[in-house]
Write a protein that binds this ligand. Structure first.
Ligand SMILES: *Cc1c(COP(=O)(O)O)cnc(C)c1O
Length: 398
């Protein structure tokens, strides 16, 4: 029977679960977009966004999704015909590289596979080989949402410094911002991109490009930057409309204001700890289930796993069956395996992902794990007994 009627949990992993307070704040008449409260509110949000990014740099806001943030960031510092280096650790490095290709940029992609992080030594090699400094930027995905690997951004900074290479370090934090520890300035990222719909707990539709003075200098030296993507007026507007290159996304902003208040109130350190503990609960369950069956974490080493999302292997066709079961029977929507196989490969149904980013707490995670365990049982998927109990121990001991 279906027991799905009740509050759904979309764990796909993004868009993430949105707080009721965010949704309530958005449910209102449009404000005046020329003066008054909205103008004041946006001015006050900029420091909070920088706090979340841990930067003293600048932020430009776009009405866009993550793909828009990718293109916006590149458009400001890399010109047609320029070369860049891209570290691919799953799906998203390739996605950003593809956006670059569309802009006439030439990406040199280093493939690190689907089961592990980037290797700074290979980036060092590529940088050292570029004696003429033709590479304008190194693109890194902090957390690849497809493989759930977490890359060491600071290590890439060290490699850039050691080789004396002037390329900008550009980081995709769309999955990780507000979930996994990220410190833009301390880790030496020059540019960072994020979206509203994951750790920031707001519907998709707003994107953020953070950049430091070094990146701003590159922007200033560009021959031409598309008027709409240009981050300069957005980060240092003379008139209110310049924040957004046109009409303000007023309702998203009301939602974001509340989300940022919630982030401030909980505090970033506590938010990072919450995500880590919840992730550990998920891993503990998977360890037990996998001890007598086909399930395993895609990233074997816990130290290399994201705390925002977990990619799992379970073997075809169990992944697809389990997702169908939890969705239709229990109101839990799990994520598909993304980029883990070719689209027509039947083995592609052997993966799934659990999103545990943003507005999620202990009872949601224990509930999700309980549902997965019930699904394994109902579907006859071989698994070790006691996964949920192991997760409860992590939560209870936290
Ligand atoms: C979700 C995501 C994106 C893409 O964001 P869209 O809003 O779908 O364009 C890019 N990079 C990472 C790491 C993501 O998690």
């Amino acid at each position: 029977m279906s027991l799905a009627h009740g509050r759904p949990y979309l764990a796909i992993p993004g868009p993430s679960v949105m707080p009721d307070a965010v949704l309530r704040a958005m449910h209102r008449a449009s404000p005046n977009i020329y003066e008054g409260e909205l103008v004041e509110m946006v001015r006050g949000m900029v420091p909070d966004l920088k706090y979340v990014a841990q930067t003293e740099g600048h932020v430009a806001i776009y009405i866009a999704n993550g793909h828009g943030a990718w293109e916006a960031a590149l458009s400001n510092v890399v010109a047609e015909g320029d070369r860049i280096l891209v570290a691919a650790t799953g799906r998203f490095g390739h996605g950003w590289a593809d956006m670059a290709t569309g802009l006439g940029i030439e990406p040199q992609v280093i493939e690190f596979g689907r089961k592990g992080p980037l290797d700074p030594a290979r980036i060092a090699e590529a940088l050292a080989a570029d004696t003429e400094h033709a590479l304008k930027a190194v693109l890194v995905t902090h957390v690849d949402t497809a493989t759930s690997v977490r890359n060491d951004v600071a290590a890439v900074r060290r490699v850039l410094d050691e080789t004396g290479h002037p390329a900008l370090l550009m980081v995709d934090c769309i999955a990780s911002l507000g979930c996994d520890r990220f410190e833009m300035d301390a880790w030496g990222a020059d540019v960072m991109v994020a979206g509203s719909q994951k750790g920031l707990m707001v519907p998709p539709g707003m994107a953020f490009v953070f950049f430091n003075d070094r990146a701003a200098e590159r922007r200033a030296a560009m021959k031409r930057v598309s008027r709409y993507w240009d981050w300069t007026p957005r980060a240092t507007p003379e008139f209110f409309y310049q924040y957004f290159g046109g009409t303000a996304p007023a309702h998203h902003l009301y939602g974001l204001r509340v989300a940022l208040d919630m982030i401030r109130e909980e505090g970033l350190e506590a938010i990072w700890r919450r995500h880590e503990t919840l992730a550990r609960a998920v891993w503990a369950a998977v360890d037990v289930w996998g001890s007598e069956g086909p399930m395993s974490m895609n990233i074997a080493d816990p130290a290399l796993r994201s705390h925002a999302v977990s990619a799992l292997r379970i073997g075809a066709p169990y992944g697809a069956q389990l997702r169908e079961w939890t969705d239709s029977r229990a109101g839990l929507t799990l994520g598909i395996g993304l980029g883990m196989s070719e689209p027509d490969d039947p083995a592609g149904t052997g993966f799934f992902r659990i999103g545990h980013m943003g507005h999620v707490n202990a009872h949601m995670i224990l509930g999700a794990l309980g549902v997965i365990e019930a699904g394994l049982q109902a579907l006859g998927v071989p698994h070790g007994r006691g996964g949920v109990a192991a997760a409860a121990e992590v939560i209870g001991g936290a």
